[in-house]
Ligand binder design. Structure first.
Ligand code: KG4
Ligand code: ZN
Length: 351
């Protein structure tokens, strides 16, 4: 089964062809470098570039997969959440192709896409339920209990900033550029992880939620009050200490979940921040101590936003309920909730 998938929720225009839920026949992404001039994503620029780039991205994805639209069984796209004007390009293009070529269309939730990124380039039965999924991106920091392919329960979420957002803001304060995650990681490798004590905000004793605004604010105060030069050695120490603190927070929260749900045998780390080498190392060590298998997307390109993960997610949804795929037009939903999205999906299975 071949799925042509679109992902345009933020600043990357991405199109992929995925076969049988795991084989990536092509995964093309056009990144929007223009945003780096502004230190963050500018929605108007993102919308303009998506509409300029989607067709070229689609043609490239089809060509690289050696498919024509005739070979495609289903079309999928991110319905939400995300920037409304960015989502619109993907939902409109996918709906247009669905109606024009009479191909059933599957709407996908963006976070469900990140969660399903771990199916890519792996045997599908490699994923063992129940699993804990830690999804960390520019917009989300969430832990879910993954009970079966389309049954997912939210355990905890960020009360303020997402961890990826904190990476981006710290990079901006240090004048490193955008997106900040890979740059903080690069400098962090050269720094001393214990050099600066930053607040590890664990919240209440049994809380599974996250909070990163205090951590971000303390980096801000550190820089505001510094009288000596902000040189490369200092920047490296700030980045290393920041990553160390985020690692400690993830470690604590994952430990709390494993204590509460001893039946969990796999821990999944997904979303843009799961491209981070240091954090992957921290979680690998923690999982081996707890006799859990640690899984993260096979390829860094599947950690950050991409369309292949949307194809993998659409496969799970349609396998569970073929009726959800229809020749249809779908609307973008900037505030789509994952629980409601999957509840709706389960209701459709019953009817
Ligand atoms: O999943 P994603 O591509 O987009 C959203 O859904 O938000 O995640 C983007 C986020 C950005 O905040 C970026 O700084 C962060 O992922 N990121 C990283 C790394 N690569 C990307 N954070 C830490 N280390 C990295 N290597
Ligand atoms: Zn994302």
């Amino acid at each position: 089964m071949k799925i042509l998938a679109f992902e345009t929720s933020c600043d990357d225009t991405a199109v992929a062809v995925v076969e049988d839920g795991n084989a990536v026949l092509s995964s093309v992404r056009m990144t929007q470098a223009e945003h780096s001039n502004y230190g963050g994503v500018v929605p108007e620029i993102a919308a303009r570039l998506h509409s300029e780039n989607w067709e070229t991205t689609l043609k490239k994805a089809l060509k690289e997969s050696s498919c024509t639209i005739k070979d495609i069984d289903y079309i999928a796209c991110t319905q939400g959440p995300g920037l409304q004007t960015s989502l619109l390009t993907g939902t409109t293009a996918a709906s247009f192709l669905s109606l024009l070529h009479q191909k059933p269309l599957i709407p996908v939730h963006h976070v469900y896409g990140h969660i399903c990124a771990n199916f890519l380039e792996r045997n599908l039965d490699k994923i063992k339920f129940p699993a804990l999924v830690l999804t960390v991106s520019g917009g989300h920091t969430q832990m879910h209990l993954w009970l079966s392919s389309t049954d997912i329960q939210l355990l905890g979420t960020t009360l303020d900033d997402a961890a990826g957002e904190a990476f981006d803001k710290v990079a901006k304060m240090l004048g490193l550029g955008y997106p900040g995650g890979p740059l903080v990681s690069k400098y962090g490798e050269k720094g001393d992880r214990r050099s600066i004590e930053l607040p590890k905000i664990y919240l209440k004793k049994d809380s599974l939620d996250f909070s990163f605004s205090g951590l971000k604010a303390s980096v801000y105060r550190l820089l505001e009050t510094r009288s000596e030069e902000v040189d490369e050695a200092f920047i490296s120490n700030v980045c290393a200490s920041f990553e160390y603190t985020v690692g400690k927070i993830f470690e604590k929260k994952v430990e709390r979940v494993l204590d509460r749900f001893p039946e969990i045998k796999q821990v999944h780390f997904t979303g843009g921040v799961s491209a981070n080498t240091y954090l992957k190392g921290v979680l690998t060590t923690l999982c081996s101590k707890n006799n859990c298998e640690f899984l993260t997307p096979k390829n860094i390109e599947y950690s950050t936003d991409n369309a292949a993960m949307i194809g993998a997610a659409a496969f799970q949804l349609v396998k569970n309920n073929p009726k959800i795929a229809k020749i249809q037009h779908i609307d973008a939903q900037s505030r789509l909730n994952l629980g409601e999205f999957l509840d709706h999906h389960r209701e459709a299975v019953k009817n």
